[in-house]
Ligand binder design. Structure first.
Ligand code: URA
Length: 194
């Protein structure tokens, strides 16, 4: 069996025809960022700007994510960012369970390659597809779950924050909790020296 590599992952995403989402897209969006990062963000799926550029979280939600990271002193290029599905669903609808399941192969490969210590799950689709269907984002956001030694926290998707500013207070608490976790684990010592 071929050894897995980032190049293989990208080739696999490029060649993938495992569901219908790739019909009518402009670009696949595998994800990008620091491939040595201890911290991974998982969103739902590419939106219009991401589909145009082939990059994850570069539209309005992505710009908000960049600001949220900066609020805890993390430059965006120090984290790895990807999505549950790598192709834009039509009209930004939520990916169907079978589409998310088909794309899970790629996400698993990304987790295996990155071996993150901490994963932040942006919104319900990311949370349900990793932690389980029983997760409710309003109830479970900000809670820490440990899976196979990896710390995982669901929080609101930045698009939800753009739609409903009243959620920003909770999202800010979640970012503080993320910073606390990174400090507790001794990650990013150049940023979080005490
Ligand atoms: N929303 C997502 O879930 N992912 C993106 O890449 C952009 C918007």
């Amino acid at each position: 069996m071929a050894e897995i590599s980032w190049e293989l992952m990208e080739q696999q995403v490029a060649a993938c025809r495992m569901c219908g989402l790739c019909q009518g897209i402009h670009h696949k969006v595998p994800g990008q960022g620091d491939r040595h990062s201890p911290l991974m963000f998982i969103g739902e799926g590419p939106g219009q700007v991401e589909d145009e550029q082939g990059l994850a979280f570069v539209g309005p939600a992505g710009q908000l994510l960049t600001r949220m990271l900066l609020a805890i002193d993390l430059p965006r290029d120090r984290v790895y960012i990807c999505n549950v599905v790598k192709c834009r669903p039509p009209n930004n609808r939520v990916p169907l369970p079978e589409e998310a399941a088909a794309c899970m192969l790629h996400l698993r490969m990304q987790v295996a390659l990155l071996r993150p210590r901490v994963i932040v799950l942006l919104g319900s689709t990311a949370a349900k597809n990793t932690l389980g269907e029983e997760i409710r984002i309003t109830r479970d956001r900000g809670k820490w779950f440990q899976r196979k030694g990896v710390w995982m926290m669901p929080t609101y998707h930045p698009s939800a924050l753009l739609r409903d500013v009243s959620k920003k207070r909770d999202a800010w608490e979640d970012m503080q909790s993320l910073r606390d976790k990174l400090m507790e684990l001794g990650l990013y010592p150049d940023i979080y020296q005490e």
